[in-house]
Every structure is written in C-alpha cells, then in structure tokens.
Design a protein around this ligand. Structure first.
Ligand code: AFP
Length: 339
C-alpha cells in the first residue's frame, strides 16, 4: 500500500466535514441536523452493503446460513435499518416510510424536532437483475416545543428543510440539498466515507434525453402525448431526443440531474394520479431539481406547491432541465385554454 499517497487524502471533503462546515455558518445551531444526517448516512452505508451482498446471498444463502433466519426481503430490511437509525438519533418525531401504512410517531423519550419521509429502497423490483436502486428522503422541521401531529408531514414540499437520495449502483452516491444548492458524495469503500465528488450540481438548462415508460402511451393525456411526440419528431429542425428509461426513479433522476433532459411519470387513464408518491418520491426529487436550477411540475402546478392530504398520496410528475419542463408547462397551459 502506498501510505504516502494515502496520507495526502486526509484533506478530502467528507460528508461529515461538509455538514459540520455548513453547521458552523450558523453559530446558534445546536448540531441536531448534523447528528440526524450522520444517522441517515450510516443507514445508507448499511443498505449499500446489504445490496452489494444481495446477489451473492441469494445464490449461496449467505444470510440464512449465518444467522439461522430466513433471508429478509431487502426492502423490508432497509426499512428496519432506517427506522432504527432515525429513532436512535433522538432527533426525529414523525417517520413516514413507503413500507409502513401508518406514520410512526417516535416515543417521547427519543423524540426530536425533525420529521423524515422516506422510501428505504425505491426500485426494488430491479434488485434481482442488479439494476441501480436507491433510498429517497425528505426532512421537515416542527416548531420548538410543539406536539407533533400528522399535519407536520402533510406540508407542501417547498417547506422541506432538506432532501436527498442515495443510489446503490456501480458506485454508492449520496446526493443532498439542505436548501443551498445540491452536492453529490461518493462512498469510498476503502475509507467507509462519503467523499464530495460532485460539488454544486447544476442541471443543464436544456437536455437531449427524455425518460418515460412509453408502454403506458395509449392511456396518456394530450399534453404528455404531444410532448413525447415532439421529443421524437421535433419540428424546429433540432435533433430528436434520446430515450433512456431504467424504471428505477433514483437512477433515472440521477442521470437527469447530471446530463439534463426530462423525467416524466405522467397521469394516464388507468392511473389518474400517476404512480409516484408525493411525500417520499415527488417532493424530495423536485426539491433537488429546483435547487440544481431545474423545474418540477405536476401537470397542474409547481410540484413543491402541492399540499398532500394523505401520507401515501400519488401525483403525476415532470421534472428536469428548466427549458424542457417549460415546454411541458406550455403544452398543459394550451390544453387548459382549449377546455
Ligand atoms: P418498484 O419499487 O416497484 O420497482 O417501483 C419503482 C418506482 O416506484 C420508481 O422507482 C420508478 O420510477 C417507477 O416505479 C417505475 O414504474 P414503471 O415500472 O411503471 O415504469
């Protein structure tokens, strides 16, 4: 091992340093957010390690043999990992997870002021073929001294304090915004640390990719159908856009954030509210998009203005490069005029 080269790496910006630096800008800060985030980061490392072992475990029965239990489904396991990590931070009061029908109200002795909404393992139908999957989270803060109620999480996305995702792919990447831009960190397995690899991510103003499940096309509404037609057969002399669709939101949004373009999961006749969940899919990804200079739209309004009525509510979503989403907004506005 080259120890000299390793020594040089000690000035790296780890996620811990990054968050502490941010915290030091607010002398009144009690450090609660940094503590909460360190628990989320540990959850991500834990799930990353489970995901990496999953294929092998399935083939040789790793988990079953070592602990004598039947191997847990990875999404169930990931949920347990995050619930435990969040409760043990003593900084949370309400947890909303994709995996749990009801919100979890943290017991008074372990309660803090943050509400965390999350999908512990999004895209889990992709696990068995080794495609990238991820954890998505959003964070709200309740007022000092107030008793937490469900209304604290039924708030518009623009009230989120922070949002992010961790992608378990060819590398493990954590993308985070605390409301002052977007930063990406990659897990260095040799150090067990997330290192700042994508500082201040900005999405290109216009992109060359559209990302949608075209298998639903026969049930789309007019504006969605027109937009996708425009992507494939542009009439302004520009080149057609490329289609990329993984079917795993974290991976599709990550590519959109870095390369630009648009990701859509629209409403259709069969699913008038689309498929994706407002609190822990639509809001966190919309928060990140806006922070990176992009836009996010539901077909009716700015996504972050939506006020959810139920914790597992769904919404159509169009998000990505500013100019591309602007075209979609214009198509919906034209449709509304016609009606
Ligand atoms: P799974 O968790 O069931 O794999 O669903 C993934 C997801 O919620 C989201 O990550 C994808 O963007 C979207 O569904 C894909 O949906 P379609 O399979 O209908 O295209």
């Amino acid at each position: 091992m080259d120890h000299a080269a390793d020594a040089h790496r000690t000035d790296l910006m780890t996620i811990t340093r990054f968050v502490l630096n941010e915290q030091s800008k607010y002398p009144e800060s009690r450090g609660d957010f940094s503590i909460l985030l360190s628990h989320i980061v540990l959850g991500c490392k834990f799930v990353c390690s489970c995901v990496n072992k999953a294929g092998l475990a399935k083939l040789i029965g790793l988990a079953g043999e070592t602990n004598g239990e039947e191997q847990k489904k990875l999404d169930v396991l990931s949920n347990e990992v995050f619930v435990k990590a969040l409760v043990s931070s003593s900084r949370t009061c309400i947890l909303v997870s994709e995996e749990d029908e009801e919100a979890i109200f943290v017991e008074a002795s372990k309660r803090g002021r943050y509400c965390v909404v999350f999908d512990p393992l999004d895209g889990s139908s992709n696990i068995d073929c080794g495609v990238s999957i991820g954890t998505i989270f959003g964070i709200y803060l309740i007022k000092d001294g107030e008793e937490p109620t469900l209304d604290d999480v039924l708030q518009p996305g623009k009230n989120m304090l922070a949002a992010g995702y961790c992608m378990y792919g060819s590398s493990c990447t954590l993308v985070l915004s605390t409301g002052t831009g977007v930063n990406g960190f990659t897990l260095d397995p040799s150090l067990g640390e997330f290192i700042l690899t994508h500082p201040d991510i900005k999405i290109p103003k216009k992109g060359k990719i559209y990302s949608v499940n075209e298998g639903n096309a026969k049930n789309w509404d007019g504006p969605t159908a027109k937009y996708v037609e425009k992507c494939k057969f542009p009439k302004d002399g520009s080149s057609p856009k490329s289609l990329r669709y993984i079917g795993s939101m974290v991976a599709d949004v990550h590519r959109t954030l870095l390369y630009g373009g648009v990701f859509l999961y629209p409403a259709d006749k069969k699913s008038p509210n689309g498929k994706l969940r407002v609190l822990y899919e639509v809001f966190p990804m919309s928060f990140l998009m806006e922070q990176a200079g992009g836009q996010s739209f539901t077909g009716k309004e700015r996504a972050l203005d939506l006020v959810p009525k139920k914790i597992h509510e769904r919404s159509p979503i169009f998000l990505g490069s500013y100019d591309d989403v602007e075209e979609i907004i214009a198509l919906y506005a034209a449709e509304e005029k016609k009606e």
